[in-house]
Design a binder for this molecule. Structure first.
Ligand code: R5P
Length: 314
């Protein structure tokens, strides 16, 4: 069988190493040269004839990590890898899946076409922001989900009266996926985004009074969405926990001051130091299992099972 090779970009080497360890393989490091003007030049080792999985989430700094991903894919292809798969557990630009004002680009499409053009035959992502990813991608997309992992970790608030809260309409389907696993009911906050870092919660649909609440979202970036939802729930819910698949946490330090008991994110984005209320759940077991199956051309459908209940609608 073609040998399996995990290639680690510089965005999240700890995750790549954890995945490789579970696969009983070494993560092939990359020499990353940097030119004085900021240009990067990654150099991969021996991948000729191998089934290569390039692990590189496009986390902040998004553009640097994205260009590094493209260069790594091209390097693997030109080094005659037998097959190249882009493992991008957090895929930046996913929120640019439609044009909301004239003059905008369709960022998501540009990004996935570049990944395909650089040499990836498949793309692996976790909980993408939008189901549009599959339809704009020229290469097959394997969509994994961290929802069961996170749902299990919020189980201390499991109980008849806990409520799963979507912090905006786009998170409603995600909340239903948590609810299907935990058996809890769902409430919805209606939000209004004033600008990239300012969000207002304008309505609460559903009964949260004196009930433990778990706010769920696909990602926490500035934290404005979560802060607005917490503000809406604070005087009603008994106890608040937050869970998000991705934590790029660009300017989300203010979440430490919020009156929430726990904020769970995964390690799709690397976190240098984590202090309460933040907690990190690793997706390494999920990625390792998916890669092991892809390597053997085995089906992934039971890994996909929770996602089949419905991807995010917006
Ligand atoms: C928006 O549609 C997304 O699902 C997230 O709610 C949003 O991207 C979170 O960003 P922030 O933390 O900056 O509010």
């Amino acid at each position: 069988m073609t040998p399996l090779r995990v290639v680690s970009g510089s965005a999240n080497p700890a995750l790549a190493a954890a995945v490789a360890e579970r696969l009983d393989a070494d993560a092939l490091g990359v020499v990353l040269e940097r030119f004085p003007d900021g240009e990067i030049r990654p150099i991969v080792g021996h991948v000729s004839g191998q089934d290569v999985y390039v692990v590189q989430p496009t986390a902040p700094p998004v553009n640097d990590n994205f260009v590094e991903l493209l260069l790594l894919l091209d390097a693997c292809r030109r080094s005659r890898a037998a097959r190249v798969t882009a493992v991008v557990p957090y895929l930046g630009y996913s929120r640019q899946d439609r044009r909301t004002v004239s003059g905008q680009a369709l960022g998501l499409r540009v990004v996935v076409e570049a990944i395909a053009g650089a040499g990836a035959e498949r793309l692996v992502v976790i909980d993408p922001h939008t189901p549009a990813l599959e339809s704009v991608s020229p290469i097959p997309v394997e969509t994994l989900t961290a929802v069961p992992l996170l749902a299990e970790r919020v189980s201390p608030v499991r109980g008849g009266d806990t409520v799963i809260v979507a912090p905006d309409a786009g998170a409603a389907t995600l909340a239903e996926r948590y609810a299907a696993i935990t058996g809890h009911s769902v409430a919805l906050v209606r939000k209004y985004r004033e600008n990239e870092s300012s969000v207002s919660a304008i309505a609460l649909l559903g009964d949260v009074r004196h009930r433990p609440a778990v706010i769920v979202d696909d990602m926490i970036c500035t934290g404005a969405t979560i802060e607005a939802a917490v503000g809406m729930l604070l005087h009603h819910a008994a106890d608040i926990v937050v869970a998000a698949s991705h934590g790029p946490l660009a300017g989300a330090a203010h979440l430490h001051r919020l009156d929430v008991r726990r904020v769970l994110v995964t390690d799709t984005v690397a976190h240098a130091a984590v202090a309460p209320p933040f907690e990190v759940c690793s997706v390494a077991p999920l990625l390792a299992e998916a890669i092991a199956r892809m390597h053997e051309d085995l089906p992934l459908h039971d890994l996909f099972a929770p996602a089949r209940m419905g991807p995010r609608s917006a």
